[in-house]
Design a protein around this ligand. Structure first.
Ligand SMILES: Cc1cc2nc3c(=O)[nH]c(=O)nc-3n(C[C@H](O)[C@H](O)[C@H](O)COP(=O)(O)OP(=O)(O)OC[C@H]3O[C@@H](n4cnc5c(N)ncnc54)[C@H](O)[C@@H]3O)c2cc1C
Length: 304
C-alpha cells in the first residue's frame, strides 16, 4: 500500500474542489490528476500539475493568437511533422509535475536526466520510513552472461530464498540501527543527516519532478526501452500511459518515430539500398562491425 489513508483523504479532498480556468485543459489528463498509480512494492507516480495539451504544441509552432487549430487532422499532421523533423521547442511548451516515490538506486539513474526540476524529501530534516524495495521472485534474476549491464534468468530454489532473506534482513537490521542511532531516548542522538548513511540503496525516497514534454519524451525513450533496468522501466511505462492520455497526438507520433522507429547510419542505409537491389549483403562485406551488424539485423527483423 503506497499511500496512507490520510494521504488518500488529502488527494480525494483536492480532487473534489475543481476550479474554473481559462487555461488549456486536457480531458485525458484531468482523469489522472492527483491519482497515485502504484509502481514496484511501495512506489508510485502521480500527476500534481500540468500545463498545455496537443493544441498548445500547435499553437506554439504556429505562434498563433488563438487556438492555433485549423482542424484536428491538421494538428495531428503538424505534430507528426514536428516530431519527424526534430523541431522540438513546441513540445517544450507543455509541462508536467509528478510526485514520485522510488527506491534510492532508481533515483540515482533518474536524476541523471538533468533537464528537469527536482525537489526531494529531505533525510537531513525528516526521518525516512521503513520501506525497502524487495524484488518479486520473478524479478530476482541472475547476472546476464551476454550483457554485463543486464540480467538473465530468475534465481531459483535455495539461492532465491537466501538472497531474498539477505535483502530483507539486511534492510531491517540497517533500519533498526538507524532508528537506534537517531533516538534521543537516554542519549544525544546522532544527526539524521549522518545516520542515513547506514541505509541501503533499496530504501524509498520521494520527490517532485517537473519537466517539459520534449525532455520527458527523451526520458521515456531511454527509460521505457527494453535496455533500461526493469526497476526504472516500470516507472517510465506508467508515465507513458499518462502521457498517452494527456497529449494523444504527440504520444502517437513519439511511439511511431521514436519508440518504434530506428536511426540508421549512412553505412547501414547503403547496405539496405544494396539489399533492395537484390545484392547479398553480409557482415563481412557490409563495412559494419559485428556489433553494428547485429543491431542492424535487429532493426530489420520482425520483432514478432
Ligand atoms: C540503458 C542506459 C545505460 C546507462 N549506463 C550508464 C552508465 O553505465 N554510466 C553512466 O554514468 N550513465 C549511464 N547512463 C546514463 C546516460 O549516460 C545519461 O546520463 C542519461 O540517460 C541522461 O541522458 P541525457 O544526458 O541525454 O538526459 P538529460 O540530462 O535530460 O539531457 C537531455 C539532453 O540535453 C542536453 N544536455 C543536458 N545537459 C547538458 C550539458 N551539460 N551539456 C550538453 N548538453 C546537455 C543533451 O543533448 C542531452 O541529451 C545510462 C543510461 C541508459 C538509458
Amino acid at each position: 500500500m503506497p499511500l496512507s489513508p490520510e494521504q488518500e483523504a488529502e488527494i480525494t479532498e483536492q480532487r473534489s474542489a475543481p476550479q474554473q480556468t481559462l487555461r488549456a485543459v486536457s480531458e485525458g489528463m484531468e482523469g489522472h490528476l492527483y491519482t497515485a498509480y502504484p509502481v514496484l512494492d511501495h512506489g508510485f507516480i502521480r500527476v500534481v500539475d500540468y500545463m498545455g495539451d496537443d493544441a498548445a504544441i500547435c499553437q506554439a509552432a504556429r505562434v498563433s493568437y488563438g487556438k492555433g487549430t485549423k482542424s484536428v487532422q491538421n494538428d495531428e499532421g503538424l505534430i507528426r511533422y514536428l516530431m519527424r523533423h526534430w523541431h522540438s521547442t513546441p513540445f517544450e511548451m507543455c509541462e508536467i509535475k509528478l510526485h514520485v516515490k522510488l527506491p534510492v538506486f532508481v533515483a540515482r539513474q533518474w536524476i541523471r536526466h538533468r533537464t528537469a526540476n527536482v525537489n526531494e524529501y529531505s533525510a537531513r530534516y525528516s526521518i525516512l520510513d521503513r520501506e525497502f524495495y524487495i524484488p518479486a521472485p520473478e524479478h530476482l534474476n541472475a547476472q546476464s552472461v551476454i550483457n554485463n549491464q543486464g540480467r538473465g534468468e530468475a534465481l531459483e530454489g535455495e539461492e532465491a530464498d537466501r538472497v531474498l532473506r539477505y535483502l530483507r534482513e539486511d534492510a531491517m537490521r540497517c533500519y533498526d540501527h538507524y532508528e537506534e542511532m537517531i533516538s534521543q531516548d537516554g542519549q544525544q542522538g546522532l544527526a539524521r543527516e549522518l545516520a542515513r548513511m547506514n541505509l541501503p540503496a533499496n530504501i524509498y525516497t520521494q520527490w517532485y519532478w517537473k519537466v517539459d514534454l520534449h525532455n520527458l519524451l527523451h526520458f521515456l525513450r531511454l527509460r521505457a526501452d527494453s535496455h533500461a533496468q526493469y526497476e526504472i522501466r516500470v516507472y517510465a511505462d506508467e508515465i507513458c500511459k499518462v502521457v498517452a492520455d494527456w497529449v494523444p497526438f504527440a504520444y502517437r507520433a513519439f511511439e511511431d518515430y521514436r519508440m518504434g522507429g530506428a536511426t540508421l547510419s549512412s553505412t547501414a542505409l547503403d547496405c539496405l539500398r544494396r539489399m533492395l537491389k537484390g545484392e547479398s549483403v553480409t557482415q563481412e562485406n557490409s563495412g559494419m562491425s559485428k556489433g553494428e551488424w547485429r543491431e542492424f539485423e535487429g532493426v530489420l527483423n520482425d520483432p514478432a
